[in-house]
Design a binder for this molecule. Structure first.
Ligand code: NAD
Length: 291
C-alpha cells in the first residue's frame, strides 16, 4: 500500500517564518529598517478577527512591526477609503491589508483598488492580477502562493499533471489556475477550473492528479470524487457544530478528510494546512514590500 503524505502547512509555515526572522535580523544588522505590516479590520466578525489576530502574532514572531486599525461596522465607504489613503501615505508602513469580507454597504473592489499597488501585500489590486496573468513579477495572492510553496517544499511533481480546481474566486481559484499552468517549477499543469455551474463534477475531479478544493462547503469532496493516488489541497475553512468541543464547534475543510486519506497520496489537513501557509506568504510579501 502507498504511504500517504501529510502536507503539514503548520510546520512548513513555521520553517518559513524562521527563514524570514533570519532575513529581518540580517537586514537590521546591516542598518536596514524593520518591516511594518498594517491591517484594517471593519466590524467584529469573529472569524475575521481571528485571522487578523494570527497575522499580527506572526508579525511579532518574525520581528516585523505591526499595526491594527479597527473600524466600526457602520463606517461609510468614503471614510474607509480615507483610512486606506492615510496608510498609502504613511512612510512608516511598508504594506497593509484590508481584511475581507467588508460590510455589505461597502464595495470591496472600490476599497481594494484604492490601495497603492506597492503596498498591496495581499496582491488583490488589478495591477497585480494583470501582472500575474502576464507572468510578470507581482505580489502573489497569499493563499495560492502558499499552496505553490507547499507543493515545492514537499517535492510534489506538477509538470504535465492534471490539476482540477473547484472554485473560481479572484483570491483563490483563478490565481491558483494561473500559477499552476505557468511554465515554471512548480507549474506546467494542465488545469481545469470547476464552479457552481459545472456539470457532472465528480467525473472531472476523478481525472485530477492534483485536486484543489476552494468552495466553502464542509465535506463537499467525497472519496468517490478522488482519483486513487491524487494530491489533495483543501483550502476550505468551515465552522461546523461539534458537541465534543468546549466551544461547541470546530473548523473543517471542503474535503471529507477521513475518507480522502484512504485514497489520496498526499493531503493538507484543516486546520494546519493551507491557512498557516497563507500567513507565511503574506509575511514574505511584506518583507519584499519593505526592501
Ligand atoms: P468564494 O465563495 O468566493 O468562492 C467559492 C467558489 O466555489 C465559487 O467560485 C463557486 O462557483 C464554487 N462553488 C460553490 N458551490 C459549488 C458547487 N456546488 N460545485 C462546484 N463549485 C462550487 O470563496 P473563496 O473566497 O474562494 O473561499 C473558498 C473557501 O476557502 C472558503 O471556505 C474560505 O473560507 C476558504 N479560504 C481559505 C483561505 C486559507 O487561507 N486557508 C483563504 C481564502 C479562502
Amino acid at each position: 500500500m502507498q504511504l500517504m503524505t501529510l502536507l503539514d502547512g503548520k510546520a512548513t509555515s513555521i520553517a518559513i517564518q524562521e527563514e524570514l526572522k533570519i532575513a529581518v535580523t540580517e537586514r537590521m544588522n546591516n542598518g536596514g529598517s524593520r518591516p511594518h505590516l498594517a491591517a484594517i479590520i471593519v466590524g467584529d466578525n469573529p472569524a475575521s478577527r481571528a485571522y487578523v489576530g494570527h497575522k499580527i502574532k506572526a508579525c511579532e514572531r518574525v520581528g516585523f512591526d505591526s499595526s491594527l486599525i479597527e473600524l466600526p461596522d457602520n463606517i461609510r465607504e468614503d471614510e474607509l477609503i480615507h483610512e486606506v489613503q492615510m496608510l498609502n501615505d504613511d512612510k512608516s508602513v511598508d504594506g497593509f491589508i484590508v481584511q475581507l469580507p467588508l460590510p455589505k454597504h461597502i464595495d470591496d473592489q472600490v476599497v481594494l483598488q484604492a490601495i497603492h499597488p506597492d503596498k498591496d501585500v495581499d496582491g488583490f489590486h488589478p495591477i497585480h492580477a494583470g501582472r500575474l496573468s502576464l507572468g510578470l513579477p507581482s505580489f502573489l495572492p497569499a493563499t495560492p502562493a502558499g499552496i505553490m510553496e507547499l507543493l515545492e517544499r514537499y517535492g510534489i511533481e506538477t509538470s504535465g499533471k492534471h490539476a482540477v480546481i473547484i472554485g473560481r474566486s479572484s483570491i483563490v481559484g483563478t490565481p491558483m489556475a494561473l500559477l499552476l499552468s505557468r511554465n515554471a517549477q512548480p507549474g506546467n499543469c494542465t488545469v481545469t477550473i470547476c464552479h457552481s455551474r459545472t456539470q457532472d463534477l465528480p467525473s472531472i475531479t476523478r481525472q485530477a492528479d492534483i485536486l484543489i478544493a476552494a468552495i466553502g462547503k464542509p465535506h463537499f469532496v467525497t472519496s468517490d470524487m478522488i482519483k486513487p493516488g491524487a494530491v489533495i489541497i483543501d483550502v476550505g475553512i468551515n465552522r461546523i457544530p461539534d458537541a465534543t468541543k468546549k466551544s461547541g464547534s470546530r473548523l473543517t475543510g471542503d474535503v471529507d478528510y477521513q475518507a480522502a486519506v484512504q485514497v489520496a497520496s498526499a493531503i493538507t489537513p484543516v486546520p494546519g494546512g493551507v491557512g498557516p501557509m497563507t500567513i507565511a506568504m503574506l509575511l514574505k510579501n511584506t518583507l519584499e514590500a519593505s526592501a
